[in-house]
Design a binder for this molecule. Structure first.
Ligand code: MRU
Length: 347
């Protein structure tokens, strides 16, 4: 199941509308980069690697929309890049993918048609690489899972959050395919409920046993010795190993640490931002308070009329709470500031 796919016949981008799942599985077709930016902003597509790949194809659509000379096309691509990168601030894969495509466009000789072909080919490469990287991380991460483990997972990091296969959920899926009997406790992940809606839906497809838990029940299960490992994804990792991920990850990491349970972010190299020294410098997206306030129970709003809310979409887990980071280049253990550049090959 490719969550982000190019339709070569009609030259458009196909996305699964993640706002409708699990009630309805529907693909949407996008023909302009502005539509792609809107889809990212409104979370039709979500998850760091998936929004990176979608934005790369958004650049391919921008190249189709551009008219005139090569110089005019490059100007147009720069403008599209700004719009796409501004759609969501925290996941660094978005800017990483857009800049990678832009660099290819600038470096490609020839006229507008050459640039169009090069931009599309690069977007397709980013998408294909994402799947291969996820499978490699899954093999490395699955080696950490034992037969009989119960695992807590936060947010959604599966095929839906990537081009295919997934990061943390990809590790869990690989362990299951290797025949390990595992059980997943799925954090429901307020306020957008990516865990209850999307991760549970994916686990059901793969036949992996799970229970949905409220986010605030994680500490209960950890403290009772019922959990052997925690696996999460990431939206940006700073040079010192601090990890920005879906809101609630920090509290989960604290509870795991207090109970001596290993905590593993699963992170492709494209999610590292070594220009950022520590997690306090990572931009954190503040989303519409209505995402918190719109919750209804039995058809009635939960919050009183006129209530206010604050809604940070991500938090930062300090590196001291992290056991190791799974990447496609290998497992990164502390000290992270030394081992991240060594394992990623940027030292
Ligand atoms: O706001 P979202 O749903 O885009 O946030 C996604 C996450 O936090 C995921 O856990 C993340 O992108 C990690 S890896 C696929």
């Amino acid at each position: 199941m490719r969550s982000v796919a190019w339709d070569p016949q009609q030259q458009r981008l196909l996305l699964i509308d993640q706002r409708l799942l699990p009630a309805e599985f529907r693909r949407v077709a996008l023909s302009t980069y502005q539509e792609v930016a809107d889809a990212i902003r409104h979370m039709v597509v979500r998850g760091a690697p998936a929004i990176g790949a979608a934005a790369a194809f958004g650049m391919a659509l921008a190249a189709q929309q551009a008219t005139g000379s090569r110089a005019a096309m490059l100007d147009f691509l720069h403008q599209a890049a700004q719009t796409l990168k501004a759609a969501r601030p925290t996941a660094v894969n978005l800017a990483w993918a857009v800049d990678r495509v832009l660099q290819v466009a600038q470096a490609t000789p020839g006229g507008p048609d050459d640039l169009r072909a090069a931009v599309l080919a690069e977007a397709q490469r980013i998408a294909d690489e994402d799947v291969a990287i996820n499978k490699r991380m899954a093999e490395i991460g699955a080696a950490l899972i034992n037969d009989g483990d119960t695992i807590i997972h936060h947010c959604n990091t599966g095929a839906l959050a990537t081009v295919d296969w997934g990061t943390a959920l990809g590790v869990i899926r690989m362990a299951h395919e290797q025949g390990k009997r595992i059980h997943v406790l799925v954090d429901e992940t307020r306020p957008r409920l990516q865990g209850a809606r999307l991760t549970a839906w994916e686990l059901a497809q793969y036949g992996i046993p799970y229970d949905i838990i409220t986010d605030n029940a994680a500490g209960f299960f950890l403290s009772r010795g019922e959990v052997q490992k925690v696996f999460v994804g990431a939206d940006r990792v700073a040079a010192n190993g601090d990890v920005a991920n879906k809101i609630g990850t920090y509290m989960l990491a604290l509870a795991a640490h207090d109970n001596g349970v290993p905590f593993y972010p699963v992170v492709p190299s494209s999610t590292f931002d070594l220009s950022i020294a520590h997690g306090g410098l990572i931009p954190i997206e503040m989303r519409d308070p209505d995402e918190v306030l719109a919750l209804q129970l039995k058809g009635r709003p939960v919050a009183p009329a006129g209530a206010s809310a604050r809604n940070p979409a991500f938090d930062v887990t300090p590196h001291r709470l992290i056991t190791a980071i799974v990447t496609e280049r290998g497992l990164i253990e502390p000290p992270f500031d030394r081992n991240i550049p060594r394992v990623l090959g940027t030292a």
